[in-house]
Write a protein that binds this ligand. Structure first.
Ligand SMILES: [Zn+2]
Length: 420
């Protein structure tokens, strides 16, 4: 068995930076790697001083640093925090641990120790130090110009635990020195990412399934995603090409998002996940349900309104819809300029999708802002695609917000459309 200690993160000085500039710009490896996809570790939150925060806050800083590698480099390996510890010294005891030591680092801010056999890592310990000679280190969550960042140093030391040696790239988190006050190491450099991927490869995010698999085209459906290699770093989700809302990664296999409003694109749509430029697509993974006038507005004495405009491809219509009994407050609360829509009716959605593709946006071109008297006028054009002939259209008043628009007593006058 081999035991290694990498001295790290000496206090930065101008001379040190200058001296390293002539070196080859690349990461280097220590030659160890983990044979599992994750290893657990504990943290002794025993940093002294107010700047280090509470024990809970200290743990949060260390774990954020540890997670940086999986989240930012997207390697199929992660460090899993399992709890606090009272261990305050380095020992080959079968437990991966992080702690602060009130001793002199002799030039180091912190050291990562690891044990290995034949290049396979068995254990690591990370020790932060109190001082270098007569200079005391102040460890902090949000360092001032004279303090040191707990999280940044965690990123660096966990990089060693991962199998990375020091990099000659000055902007790398694995560069061997850091200035007081700097939090730059929190963000991995491309060189760090390349190094981590050289050992573990890339964990391509993959969408497995979503639930529920359908929801209203007005959006607002909370969807749970099951997949693999999900990371919270720079993660976006689109549904039918429209960015989802509140994308939340719970862990590497579970995330949630809220569907966007897609009132003009009903039917099956692709769900696309992107993490750090790597994408995964669930073809027709979600279905935007067609809006119906009744579901949105049948409350109390409201009279649904529908009409079939004559369908002549290329024709251009003006339509008018009027409400009564609402008033200004109602209009302001429940209705806006996008609430009037032209929707296809009595058409198979798959057929509709095919007809509309690749330009399903025709149905966005009817907008009418309701005025205080409940009147709105909008314009829309029947698409010129020949296949559209014969499709029924319905003019619908849609309500975005949940909750009964109880102020609507009647939709009067109905809707009319006249060719222009
Ligand atoms: Zn180091």
């Amino acid at each position: 068995m081999k035991i290694n200690a990498i001295l790290t993160l000496a206090l930065a000085s101008g001379a040190l930076f200058v001296a390293h500039r002539e070196e080859v710009s690349a990461y280097s490896l220590t030659g160890i790697h983990w044979n599992s996809s994750a290893v657990s570790y504990v943290v002794n939150p025993n940093f002294p001083g107010a700047a280090a925060g509470t024990p809970t806050q200290q743990v949060a800083e260390v774990t954020a640093g540890a997670s940086a590698w999986h989240q930012q480099a997207q390697v199929p390996f992660d460090f899993n925090y399992t709890g606090t510890s009272s261990v305050a010294s380095v020992a080959y005891d079968g437990v991966n641990s992080v702690h602060y030591s009130p001793t002199d680092g002799n030039g180091a801010l912190a050291i990562c120790y690891w044990w290995s056999v034949g290049g396979v890592a068995l254990q690591f310990d990370i020790e932060y130090y109190a001082k270098d000679g007569l200079t005391n280190f102040v460890w902090a969550r949000n360092p001032t110009a004279s303090q040191f960042d707990i999280r940044s140093v965690a990123v660096h030391e966990f990089g060693h635990a991962l199998g990375l040696d020091h990099s000659a790239v000055p902007s790398a988190s694995m560069y061997p020195s850091v200035a007081a006050g700097s939090t730059a190491l929190r963000t991995l450099d491309a060189d760090d990412i390349s190094g981590a991927r050289a050992i573990y490869g890339v964990a391509t995010p993959s969408l497995g399934s979503v639930f529920p698999v359908s929801g209203s085209a007005v959006g607002g459906t909370t969807v749970t995603v099951t997949g693999s290699n999900l990371t919270s770093n720079a993660t976006t989700v689109t549904v039918g090409g429209i960015p989802a809302i509140d994308v939340t990664v719970l862990n590497s296999s579970t995330m949630t998002f809220v569907t966007p409003s897609a009132m003009t694109a009903t039917g099956p749509v692709n769900v696309v996940l992107t993490c750090n430029g790597l994408s995964s697509t669930l073809v027709n993974g979600f279905r935007f349900e067609e809006l119906t006038l009744g579901s949105a507005l049948v409350r109390g004495a409201v009279v649904p309104v529908a009409f079939n405009a004559p369908q002549y491809p290329g024709a251009y219509y003006q339509a008018v819809i009027s409400l009564s009994g609402g008033g200004d407050t109602l209009m302001g609360d429940y209705l806006d300029a996008n609430d009037m829509r032209v929707l296809p009716v009595a058409v198979d959605e798959l057929f509709m999708w095919n007809v509309l593709s690749p330009s399903p946006t025709w149905f966005t071109n009817f907008y009418g802002a309701l005025n205080g008297a409940g009147h709105a006028t909008g314009f829309f054009a029947v698409p010129t695609h020949p296949a559209v002939a014969g499709i029924g259209f319905r003019l619908a008043l849609c309500v975005y917000e949940e909750g009964a628009p109880s102020g609507i007593a009647l939709i009067s006058n109905g809707v009319s459309a006249t060719a222009q």
